[in-house]
Design a protein around this ligand. Structure first.
Ligand SMILES: C[S@@+](CC[C@H](N)C(=O)[O-])C[C@H]1O[C@@H](n2cnc3c(N)ncnc32)[C@H](O)[C@@H]1O
Length: 326
């Protein structure tokens, strides 16, 4: 690819919006159901036939569809990924009416982020992602489901890698829908746990506790990690939270963790190069950033925590095992 082609590829907006419109209209599902003709597809999606034809032919040029005879469309392998309930959940993320699009549109506030360090999301939508999730239960539910998908990879590793023998109580700070705490409690029957998060995640967390059979050993407490934590414990876990914040608020969270327990476990998923957008995504959506293990260690040190061990799992998972300096 020439430099000029690369620049065009990076800056073109037709592709990003065309796939999102296709996802919103559920075109892949309609084709999958056997509607292949343009007229049929226009009727099924309530769209303008000629304009839909322009969209479909653009998607053919981009390899999402194939036009196997005039005005007859089939899905390619890429197009099949846009079916509802597809293996990677892309349709729902790309839907122009969903949370995924609201998060992607935070990029319209990237200039604001770069000028101020603040999340573009708030500049574009008028409130932070967290406040938005508080106000829109369906969006919170979707966010919790996304986090649950991540926890299916992280939680079993955290339960296995960490030595839990010396602890009786665990506080999961910013634990969201509870997948990680529930897994740890399920695997270590001697532990009791408390999850601290915004009240919007309580319903999801309680149902995870019940589903995983740990409801009698787990509690949810609605509180902010920007205030002193409401409970003390033997171990505090703070999983995939610090990347959401710049250094100063991240240090405040860690300081509250250090005040609540002698041992703090910072769980993060380091980027393994598969997602070159992660650092910028964190900036525009929540004002956060990507960090290396050394940077997490430095941050923890500035909050009064000393590194005891670094546990490394699969897919970039790391657990920094930290001791509060008394
Ligand atoms: C990226 S999610 C991580 C969830 C979970 N710990 C995990 O590993 O999947 C960040 C969590 O921080 C929570 N959060 C955001 N602001 C908070 C606040 N001020 N106090 C407590 N929790 C907060 C969110 O509700 C969300 O559940």
């Amino acid at each position: 690819m020439t430099a000029e082609q690369l620049l065009r590829e990076m800056s073109d907006l037709a592709g990003p919006f065309a796939v999102r419109v296709a996802a919103t209209l559920r075109l892949a599902d309609r084709i999958d159901e056997g509607r292949h003709e343009l007229a049929d597809l226009a009727a099924a999606t309530g769209t303008h036939q000629a304009a839909l034809g322009q969209l479909l032919r653009y998607l053919v040029r981009r390899g999402v569809l194939a036009e196997t005879r005039p005005e007859h469309f089939e899905l390619t392998d890429v197009g099949r990924l846009l079916r509802d309930g597809g293996p990677i959940g892309r349709r729902q993320w790309l839907d122009l009416d969903g949370l995924g699009f609201r998060m992607d549109m935070a990029y319209a506030g990237l200039l604001h982020s770069v000028r101020t360090g603040e999340p573009g999301y708030a500049a574009v939508h008028g409130l932070t992602l967290w406040a938005d999730l508080d106000e829109t239960p369906a969006a919170r539910e979707y966010f919790d489901a996304l986090m649950r998908a991540e926890q299916r990879r992280t939680a079993p590793q955290v339960a296995r890698l960490v030595d839990w023998a010396g602890a009786a109580t665990v506080l999961d700070v910013g634990g969201g829908n509870g997948g990680l705490l529930a897994e740890v409690l399920a695997k270590h029957g001697h532990l009791r746990g408390v999850l601290v998060d915004r009240s919007a995640s309580q319903v999801a967390a309680m149902s995870t506790f019940t589903e995983m059979g740990v409801a009698e050993r787990a509690r949810f407490v609605a509180a902010s990690f920007f205030e002193p934590l409401p409970e003390a414990a033997d171990v505090v876990v703070v999983s995939r939270v610090l990347s959401d914040w710049p250094d100063a608020p991240a240090r405040t969270i860690l300081g509250h963790c250090a005040a609540a327990a002698p041992r703090v476990l910072v769980v993060e998923v380091l980027q393994t190069g598969q997602n070159p957008h992660f650092d910028l995504n964190m900036l525009v959506t929540v004002g956060g950033r990507e960090r290396t293990v050394a940077e997490f260690e430095q941050l923890a040190g500035s909050a009064g925590l000393a590194l005891a061990d670094v546990l490394r799992g699969a897919d970039g998972l790391v657990v920094l095992d930290l001791a509060a300096r008394s």
